[in-house]
Design a protein. Structure first.
Length: 279
């Protein structure tokens, strides 16, 4: 597996190097790295909220909010739009079966492959260039929608679907990632890798500008992600914390400043189960 990832990274780096050898002026609306860096400096002085379970008014001092692509941005320094880039969202299987059945990865019996980690999601096919182009066309439209809505960045979930499905590999998923990051940059927004430490250097090589992680403290991975990305949004979950609880998490030398503790269901404040704490 490490060889496959390294090979994919080498290919992506070579392509990027060729593109940079003869630079052209960025088209109107293209991603502005310097402008995003300024926004990040402002955001890093504040706090993060992760609102995938439902949008609500950010608390005082919150400068980064992540919301589902169907929700409006919060209007903070950096709004991040969640897009499931490599799998179907819960409740959307019928749409995929109707509109793009050929893009669902199939098992030997012809049925769409279920993600064993998320049984209400089906895995998209990244095994061929034609399939990747078609998936990028669908997901790219959602990315454009995030940009049009006013988001500054998009979070692409389930890059690591290849680790949970026969018939996929790291190279295919990373090739799709490169298509999606290019689409986001053309729309003028940054792109966040979601988890997938297995991708290693191939993540940044695919064009990701930052990373969103879940439970990097619990699994002692924060430092590893930090070696790949300077920009890091970290989510930890109640009941899944290392010894010492959230206070100990916030004291870790490798814990990113933008870390939030949430309840597992990412509920809204009107729910008794709602939890949100910040370092």
């Amino acid at each position: 597996m490490r060889r496959a990832i390294a090979a994919a990274a080498a290919v992506l780096l070579a392509v990027i190097g060729c593109a940079q050898a003869d630079p052209e002026p960025a088209p109107a609306g293209a991603f502005d790295e310097a402008a995003f860096a300024a926004l990040w400096a402002e955001a890093e002085a504040g706090a993060l909220d992760y609102q995938l379970g439902g949008a609500y008014e950010p608390g005082d001092g919150v400068t980064v909010v992540v919301r589902d692509r169907e929700a409006a941005p919060a209007g903070v320094a950096i709004d991040v739009c969640y897009v499931n880039g490599f799998q179907t969202q819960p409740g959307e299987l019928d749409w995929w079966l109707s509109e793009h059945p050929e893009l669902l990865l199939r098992s030997d019996d012809g049925e769409p492959v279920v993600d064993p980690a998320w049984p209400d999601e089906r895995i998209l096919d990244t095994s061929t260039a034609a399939a990747r182009d078609a998936v990028a066309g669908v997901v790219g439209g959602w990315i454009d929608g995030c940009a049009d809505a006013g988001y500054e960045a998009v979070e692409l979930d389930n890059l690591d679907s290849w680790t949970r499905a026969d018939g996929l590999d790291a190279e295919g998923n990373l090739a799709l990632a490169a298509l999606l990051t290019a689409r986001a940059h053309a729309a003028g927004i940054a792109v966040a890798q979601k988890n997938a430490l297995e991708a290693g250097d191939a993540g940044p090589a695919a064009g990701f500008d930052l990373v969103v992680t879940e439970e990097c403290a619990r699994f002692d991975e924060c430092d590893d992600y930090g070696a790949l990305y300077e920009r890091h949004l970290a989510v930890e979950y109640e009941g899944e914390l290392p010894e010492g609880g959230f206070a100990a998490v916030c004291e870790r030398a490798d814990q990113p400043p933008l870390t939030v503790l949430r309840d597992l269901d990412l509920t809204t404040p009107d729910d008794p189960a709602h939890v949100v704490e910040r370092c």
